[in-house]
Design a protein around this ligand. Structure first.
Ligand code: 5GP
Ligand code: MN
Length: 332
């Protein structure tokens, strides 16, 4: 069932014991919105824990509460709660969290337009740059007080999902929320320096990956395609797509990683094409300009499949532009 912001806030207000989770392969918004909500609820005198079914990258140690994030263990006793809150994803990417949580009610809060609404209660606002921005909205609705602890976490979610306030999803509301977090004691450079820091080998791997980049679709697309052996050798690949999306003339950037013999992960970024539609057509999702999916096929087939889909989407967009220009030219 779809909720309004005030209905979602009321559910939080009525719960006393809350388990918070977010998507596997957690990013700054997943970790930041989860810990941010946890601190807000603690400030309201409630019990709240964060459970994420994945390892949390060490760069997020800068966030207050990093050390108390729990991970579901095989055969562990179930955690009882009034409410399970799922952040920054639909309920299908949270691993074993539902198996170890006995919650009366499930509330899903997300900013992805592709959210499938499968949770018992869902609040989606795809105009928000980050789920952390919705956590900010909810905290405001609840009249919560922002101390430095939630502010650091919410700021991190806002900053990371908006590319540090540069992407098209950045709105005046995003920046006002961030400004308020700064007023609550956030030190912006402490967060950016922690998040930007990379091991030496990761910088070398990025150079190698950028060297492998191939342009296609007449230079309107660019991709890094990592076979299984290369993927296994490279530790952190998150930065690769940012390094190639800047190439002149490129609309769509893609990174494909073969994880197993018949399992490839795809990340896409765009300037015009709706990559969430491409991702959705393969069972994934995301935003218009940032999306991902998993292809259950061998490396070579996955590469061909995703390149063909991207080429087609670029052609469709060009044709639509020509059509529009033709229409507007009529009668002049
Ligand atoms: P990234 O490329 O950074 O992994 O993901 C870009 C965006 O697409 C993020 O907002 C992420 O949540 C979403 N996304 C990535 N992969 C998937 C997927 O397999 N399924 C869905 N639903 N969303 C995804
Ligand atoms: Mn997000």
């Amino acid at each position: 069932m779809k909720l309004t912001l005030s209905e979602a806030a009321a559910m939080l207000a009525h719960a006393n014991k809350v388990v918070i989770t977010a998507h596997e392969n957690p990013d700054g918004d997943a970790v930041g919105s989860s810990l941010g909500l946890m601190h807000i609820l603690h400030g309201m005198g409630k019990e709240a824990v964060v459970l994420l079914d994945d390892d949390i990258p060490a760069i997020f140690k800068v966030l207050p509460g990093y050390d108390i994030i729990g991970k579901p263990e095989e055969g562990q006793a179930s955690v009882e709660a009034d409410l399970l809150v799922i952040l920054d994803t639909a309920p299908n990417r949270i691993g074993r969290v539902p198996e170890v949580t006995k919650a009366g009610t499930v509330l899903n809060i997300d900013h992805h337009r592709t959210n499938n609404g499968a949770a018992e209660y869902t609040y989606v606002d795809d105009t928000r740059a980050a789920t952390a921005e919705i956590v900010y909205d909810l905290a405001k609705e609840l009249g919560a007080v922002f101390t430095r602890e939630p502010a650091m976490c919410i700021y991190t979610g806002l900053a990371t999902d908006s590319g540090f306030f540069r992407f098209s999803n950045t709105t005046p509301h995003t920046m006002r929320a961030a400004a308020e977090m700064l007023e609550c004691g956030v030190t912006a450079n402490e967060i950016s320096e922690a998040l930007e820091e990379k091991p030496y080998q990761v910088v070398k791997d990025t150079a190698e990956a950028v060297n492998m980049a191939e342009r296609f679709a007449d230079g309107r697309a660019i991709g890094i395609f990592l076979d299984e052996a290369t993927t296994a050798r490279m530790e952190a690949t998150e930065g690769f797509i940012g390094a190639i999306r800047v190439v002149e003339g490129v609309d769509v950037a893609v990174v494909l990683k073969a994880k197993e013999e018949k399992l490839c992960r795809v990340s896409m970024r765009s300037k015009g094409v709706d990559v969430s539609a491409i991702a959705l057509s393969f069972g994934g999702g995301g935003h218009i300009r940032a999306a991902g999916c998993t292809l259950s096929m061998p490396f070579a087939e996955a590469k061909k499949t995703i390149c063909t889909a991207i080429e087609q989407a670029i052609r469709d967009l060009q044709q639509a532009a020509v059509h529009k220009a033709g229409m507007s030219g009529e009668g002049h």
